[in-house]
Structure formats: C-alpha cells, structure tokens
Write a new protein. Sequence first.
Length: 346
Amino acid sequence: MPNRIVGIWVLFLGLLSSVHLSAQDVQYSQFYAAPLYLNPALTGATELTRIGVNYRNQWPGLDHSFNSYSAYIDHYIFDYNSGIGLIFNGNQESMANLSTNEIGLSYSYRLRLGESFFFRVGGQVSYMQRDAFFSDLVFGSMIDIVNGSVGSITDELNGVPLDSRYSFVDYAVGGMFYNDKFWLGASAHHLTEPNISFVDDQTSVLPMKVSLQGGYKIDLVPGRRDYFTHNYQERSVSFAFNFKQQDPFSQLDVGAQLFLQPLVLGLWYRGLPTKNNLPNNEAVIALVGMALDSGLDIGYSYDVTTSKLGQKNSGGAHEISIRYTFLWGDPNSRNQRSRIVPCFRY
C-alpha cells in the first residue's frame, strides 16, 4: 500500500503542480507507419491516396495501462504538387483516466530541385483536448490506518473539478529532402509550447518537440517476375534513424529493414548516451510486416524493454499498423506519377 500511495502522489503532482513541468509526446516504434504524426511534410508522400491506423499498447505488465492510437487519411493533388491530410491522435493512461485527443489538418508542397532531387515542406494545425477524471486517485489522508478502508477525497484537489478538461490549438511544421535512395527530414511540433495545466493560473508547458529523421535504401537483386504485371518483386535493405528532442529528454532510434516483397523484417534499437554517463537504453524492437500488391500493408512490432524498468515488470510494448494505399479518381485525367519518398514502410 505505501508504494502505491507514493506512485499516485507522483502522478498527481505531475498533473497539478504549480511549477513549470514538461509533458512528453507518445512515440511509435513504427514511426514511418505513422507518417503524418512523424512529419507533416510526409502528407501525400505516396502521391496516391492513403488511409492508415496505428495502435500501441505500452508496458502491459504494469497495473495501469498506456494505450495510444492514430488514424489518418491523406491525398496527393497532382495539379498543385500538394498533399492534404486529416489525422486523429489519442492516448489514454488508466490511473487517473488521463486522455489526450487530437484532430489535425495537414498540408505539404513538393518542389523539384533537379533531375532526381525533391524537397517537401508541410505544416499542420490541430485542435487538442486533455481530459482527466480524478475520483479514482487515492491519497494518504483517505486511508483509515486502523482497518485499511479508503474514504472519499476531502480537500486534496483544492477545488479542482474531479472531471477536468482543457483544450487548445497546436501547430507543427516539417520538411524533407529526398531522391530515389536517400531521405533527410526534420519536423517541429508544439511551436507555441502551449500551457496544458488543468489548474487556472498555473503552468504546465508542453515543450516543443524537434525531430530529425533520415535513411538510405539499397536495392538488392530483384525477385521473381510477376506473370500478370511483368514487374519484378522488390528486394531491398534500408538503414534509417529518428532523433527526437523534447525538453528535457532526447531519444534516438536506429535500425534496418529488409524488404523481400511481400515480407518486411526489421530490427531497431532505441537509446542514446546521456550526460554524466547515465544509461538511456530503452528498448530493442523487432518487426514483421506484409506489403501486398493490393496496396494493403500490415505491420506488427514488439519492444523488448532494456531499461531499468525491466522486461519482466513492463511486459514490453505491442504495436500494430494497418494502411491501404490506392489511386483515387480517373488515372487518365492525372499526370504521370513522379518520384515518391523512399522511406521505411514501418
């Protein structure tokens, strides 16, 4: 019981403290499978129409769950070299019933820089809402030390409603330089660093998140030739990274992906050396996916926890991504497809 009370107080102070605090964004292991969440410049990057969903269940071994989900749709407009998109994001933590939901509109524009080089620039504006229901929290003053019974909340919340809600507008920008084999992009989220505190006249800043992502794709000997389309199955290996900085934390994901159409196999490492030689080894991530000729892609990944939290305690993390890519409209009325970003599939 004492450990539980301490944990609850830590969470409560993180929600309601009157000093400057730093909330952190959800991270997906399959970040390339959540393109609009990763970088608004990737809106319309397939130069087709794309619909996708992502789900992450983090640390299921703990008593309290952390669930995140994302859904999006984007479309490329050839006549204007532009991509438009709509994204829904959400996450929920069960201890305080704390949830964050977002709906955003994104736009990108593609510039041709040469025979084979392109640059995409994009932006996103979102409406975000945070909800918390504090009635399930347990404070030390509520516990009868004689019989162990738990009473009702008294004055711990100092007038804060048990069911609290806060909304705000958020902004993000991004860019990406690429050709057939190489890509390098950067994005910045929460440009205005909005205050997300549930308490009036108090400050809990959502700090700006800056990320840098890039990689290189190497084509291997093609596979067998399709009898109907006469196309050869793709064989390739890609190496990529994703660096994130959101005050006061930094994180680096590095990995490789083998594509033996239709099978995708991937391996990632998440960790970054920190100051004072403190360890920052979070997870090793294994991925398997299928990329079908129909345009349907399905991926599953599992995080093996390598931090002090421990694999036995946390239970790792499960993540699923599904997306469908197709050509919307009459292809005869559209220009010939140009180059697309050669990013990871997951």
